[in-house]
Design a protein around this ligand. Structure first.
Ligand code: AMP
Ligand code: MN
Ligand code: MN
Ligand code: MN
Length: 286
């Protein structure tokens, strides 16, 4: 059994390890096939590919695109994309474009409730200034002593209805899927269990509508085993995969050694009824 991890982040988005450090850590933990899926950015892939070759693991070119669908923010992972593809690059440039302005609005809004210096603080944590995001704010707010850890910052400040949250228009679902597929990639609905949990969650019938649209627009995969799902959710989303004829993916969504629920690799097997997304890919020599 090969060890696959098809979702993780580097310093080119909101991870804490560089692409090279990430690949070396994955190799050390027995991963044979790793997808780097930075938010809205392809810039870490070259370094990851180089290191993967040196360490004898297979690197899958990936990306995680931020999408607005109805009132929800979704993440669509693209696997096997072509980082040189111009339409994909142009699309991602547009998605990144609004991040700086949103960050300034977030900082203003936190300043209004008495928390100053946040823009400068968050900037220090954003190694790639184009991808400034909520995680960088969270790291700063922990460092400055406003909260004990990152999950508490999100709960108190950075989710819908809280003072540091600023709603934002990301890519359209159709565009994101098209950018991925026309560059040769497979579009995968990331961590669906996150959309159906929490206070502003989508209901089950909305999830069904989303899955119908996703498939209609060319989406082909769904994350079943992810660091964001509970064990019962592995079974739940395996059923959706079967119902909608989707390929199943697995990934840790690793962001850093002290921040993530799951470390790289060693993920539980996909449920038996799933067709793994890699089943149609070239076999990797072990
Ligand atoms: P952004 O794209 O700037 O809205 O940031 C989204 C990122 O924030 C996600 O990819 C996660 O890394 C992180 N995130 C979102 N919600 C939480 C949470 N509740 N706890 C910890 N990290 C979170
Ligand atoms: Mn993230
Ligand atoms: Mn995500
Ligand atoms: Mn992710």
């Amino acid at each position: 059994m090969l060890d696959y991890d098809l979702h993780c982040h580097s310093t080119f988005s909101d991870g804490v390890l560089t692409p090279a450090e990430l690949v070396i850590r994955a190799a050390g933990r027995g991963v044979k096939m790793l997808a780097l899926t930075d938010h809205d950015a392809l810039t870490g892939l070259a370094e990851a590919a180089q290191t993967a070759e040196a360490f004898g693991i297979k690197l899958i070119n990936g990306v995680e695109i931020s999408v607005s669908w109805r009132s929800h923010t979704l993440h669509i992972v693209g696997l096997q994309i072509d980082p040189e593809n111009e339409e994909l690059q142009a699309g991602l440039l547009g998605v990144r474009g609004g991040r700086r302005h949103r960050a300034e609005l977030m900082a203003d809004s936190l300043a209004r409730c008495g928390i100053g210096g946040v823009m400068e603080g968050a900037n220090r944590f954003a190694a790639n200034p184009d991808i400034i995001g909520r995680t960088h704010f969270a790291r700063y707010l922990v460092e400055a002593g406003h909260c004990k850890d990152i999950p508490s910052v999100f709960k108190r400040y950075l989710v819908k209805g809280k003072p540091g949250y600023v709603s934002h228009q990301w890519a359209n679902l159709t565009d994101a899927i098209r950018w991925i597929t026309q560059s040769g990639g497979i579009a995968v609905l990331a961590h669906p269990g996150r959309y159906t949990a929490g206070r502003k969650a989508m209901g089950k019938s909305t999830l069904q509508e989303l899955l119908k649209e996703f498939v209609l627009f060319g989406g082909r995969g769904i994350e079943v085993v992810t660091g964001s799902h509970t064990i019962p959710q592995y079974a739940e989303f395996a059923r959706y995969a079967t119902q909608y004829g989707l390929l199943s993916s697995c990934g840790s969504d690793f962001h850093g050694p002290t921040e993530s629920y799951r470390d790289l690799g060693r993920l539980p097997d996909l449920p038996m009824e799933c067709t793994p997304i890699w089943s149609q890919w070239e076999a990797v020599p072990v």
